[in-house]
Ligand binder design. Structure first.
Ligand code: MN
Length: 235
């Protein structure tokens, strides 16, 4: 039986699973704010605080296939577009109130992601006490690489995470520097929302965030995962 939709529903957003023909269908995109101490400090915070969350729409995903350079159009309404390299956790099994000790079994895999940010708009919204959506949840704001099965990266907690712009290193850290590790993040997040298969969690960025302009090429890497290469292009 087919639904009598008023128009064709949007196509499901999905991200390929590395080394397979499978597509991981995206449900929601959650993001953690200020989850590396040095980045929290560079943003003017105390360095360590309870985790807080924001979201991007699922169709903000911009898939960057391994070995290719994907184009990201420079977004409207900003003159200060920032890169934030992040470990992305792909949820395979949902749940509420997931204890950190049980969190690993909910993880399908991991990917490299960029939490692209209109920093000028974010600063303005913060100043006015208004929501961040316009600074974080814009179109193409979530470049992401192929998802690697969790079982293939058992040592993800020890991985290095970094990104460069036009070959010059901007961010360079390790996943071990996360204030709230992946399991603790899942615990906290699942207290606030019921997690579902297909949810992606951007776990926060290390220090070194900065601006990119049209013509710049960003390269993001995490040990054991498919890297991403994103070219910022004039809209
Ligand atoms: Mn971020």
């Amino acid at each position: 039986m087919s639904m009598n939709y008023t128009f064709a529903p949007s196509t499901a957003v999905s991200v390929p699973v590395a080394g397979t023909t499978a597509q991981f269908p995206v449900h929601r995109i959650y993001c953690v704010g200020r989850n590396y101490e040095e980045h929290a400090k560079e943003m003017g915070g105390p360095g360590r605080e309870a985790p807080f969350f924001f979201m991007k729409p699922a169709d903000a995903v911009l898939y960057a296939a391994p070995g290719t350079t994907v184009a990201m159009p420079y977004p409207s309404l900003t003159t200060n577009l920032h890169h934030e390299i992040e470990l992305v956790v792909a949820i395979g099994t949902g749940g509420r109130n997931i204890a950190a000790a049980n969190a690993q079994r909910h993880i399908y895999g991991y990917a490299v992601g960029l939490d692209m940010t209109r920093r000028d708009l974010q600063n303005e919204m913060k100043k006015q006490g208004r929501p961040w959506c316009i600074s974080k949840g814009f179109d193409h704001s979530a470049p992401i690489g192929a998802i690697t099965l969790a079982a293939k990266v058992p040592d993800i907690g020890q991985a290095t995470i970094g990104m460069s712009v036009n070959g010059a290193v901007r961010q360079n850290s390790t996943i071990a520097q996360l204030i709230w590790n992946v399991s603790e993040t899942i615990e906290q997040l699942s207290m606030a929302w019921e997690l579902h298969p297909g949810d992606l969690v951007f776990t926060g960025t290390p220090a070194g965030v900065g601006a990119v302009v049209a013509g710049d090429v960003m390269q993001g890497d995490i040990t054991g995962l498919a890297g991403i290469r994103v070219a910022v292009v004039a809209a």
